[in-house]
Design a protein around this ligand. Structure first.
Ligand code: UT7
Length: 333
């Protein structure tokens, strides 16, 4: 398969990790003007998980170890590590390097990819192209975020939304054309930046007492504006990737949406003409874990035995940037 011919890439193992500490909606109503009913009805979230000590790499490593065990390989077998995250352990070195050292993947190269909530989808398309071209045979793709490290727990507009988690997949080449990644539609639109961002800590606004006083080291979101764009963006690309591959909603085993808001997920599935039982939803348990949401869903549904080899899945996301996209794949495990 390394003769230069295009080959297909497939997810061949999947796992996730969530920290133990559960933060229920009632935690926020104990000190902020909010309540369980508002949070559940507006977002679909009941609770989320928080990692009190440790970094994003500490979320990723347990999930990576499960993936290696599942596939029966060792860290030295890995060619490439891609980490989709907006909460790297440090500004640099990249979290891929931190993880490479922690797991001892001596032969791997790697890098981080920042596309916020679309990080996993963008990284999956990147990994697919590298594997298809023969550039790597075993890619560890990590979607992990410690959102609690950039969440303002005094801001009721955002603090109720986010949680910490990691999802990891292994991408490998396959000869089986009834499996693998089929198509991707990805977009960015930088005009969305003012509505969802973290203003400080980068080269534009290095840390100062002023940036801290202004709470610029936390996620800022104009929820209503992002909501409107997310509903249109996610629904459009999800429908388009199905239609341009001459499929209909009836051909899709599962929609695997980014878990930002249950109402955005419902709008997307309605636009695709698929029923609620064919949509992966776990936002109630974990909230929005940014780059981890989609691989976490894949991992949970796979572990529950709900996925069959050859199933058509549509992965779709919308996030800061704006970034959004959809991927059509045939399940390979
Ligand atoms: O993952 C990356 C992409 N992000 C998204 O896709 C998120 C998109 N946005 C959303 O999911 C929703 O906009 C939110 C869940 C963030 C907010 O829901 P909403 O229905 O759009 O509420 P809103 O922002 O329009 O606020 C409605 C009201 C406001 O009060 P007033 O101005 O009407 O008096 C808010 O201040 O609800 C208030 N509010 C809250 N009330 C109780 C905002 N947050 C809360 C809260 N508890 N936690």
């Amino acid at each position: 398969m390394s003769n230069g011919l295009i080959r297909r890439a497939a997810i061949t193992a999947v796992a996730h990790y969530v920290p133990e500490e559960v933060v229920p909606n009632s935690f926020f109503s104990s000190y902020l003007d909010t309540n369980d009913e508002w949070i559940r009805s507006r977002t679909g979230i009941r609770e989320r998980r928080i990692l009190r000590n440790g970094a994003t790499s500490d979320l990723a490593v347990p999930a990576i170890n499960k993936v290696l065990e599942q596939r029966g390989i060792v860290a030295d077998d890995i060619d490439l590590i891609i980490v989709a995250t907006v909460t790297p352990d440090m500004m640099f070195p990249c979290t891929a390097c931190v993880i490479q050292e922690k797991i001892g993947a001596k032969k791997a190269w790697g890098f981080d990819l920042n596309a916020a909530c679309s990080g996993f989808v963008f990284a999956l398309e990147t990994a697919r192209r590298i594997v298809e071209s023969g550039g790597a045979n075993k890619v560890l793709l990590v979607g992990a975020d410690k959102m609690s490290s950039i969440t303002d727990y005094q801001d009721r507009n955002t603090c109720i939304l986010f949680g910490d988690a990691a999802g990891v997949v292994l991408i490998e080449p396959t000869d089986d054309l009834n499996t693998g990644i089929i198509d991707a539609i990805l977009h960015i639109d930088g005009s969305g930046a003012p509505h969802l961002n973290m203003k400080a800590g980068g080269s534009l606004n290095p840390p100062t007492h002023e940036t801290i006083d202004k709470r610029w080291h936390y996620v800022f979101q104009d929820g209503k504006t992002v909501f409107k764009s997310a509903v249109v963006g996610m629904a459009d690309v999800s429908a388009e990737v199905v239609e341009r591959n001459k499929l209909t909603g009836a051909d899709i085993a599962y929609l695997v949406p980014h878990q930002a808001n249950l109402r955005i997920i419902d709008a997307t599935r309605e636009r695709m003409g698929i029923s609620a039982d064919k949509v992966m939803v776990n936002i109630d348990k974990y909230g929005n874990t940014t780059a981890a949401t989609i691989p976490m869903c894949l991992s949970e549904w796979h572990a529950a035995g709900k996925l069959k080899k050859g199933d058509n899945l549509v992965l779709s996301s919308f996030g800061a940037g704006y970034t959004w996209g959809a991927i059509l794949l045939k399940w390979a495990i």
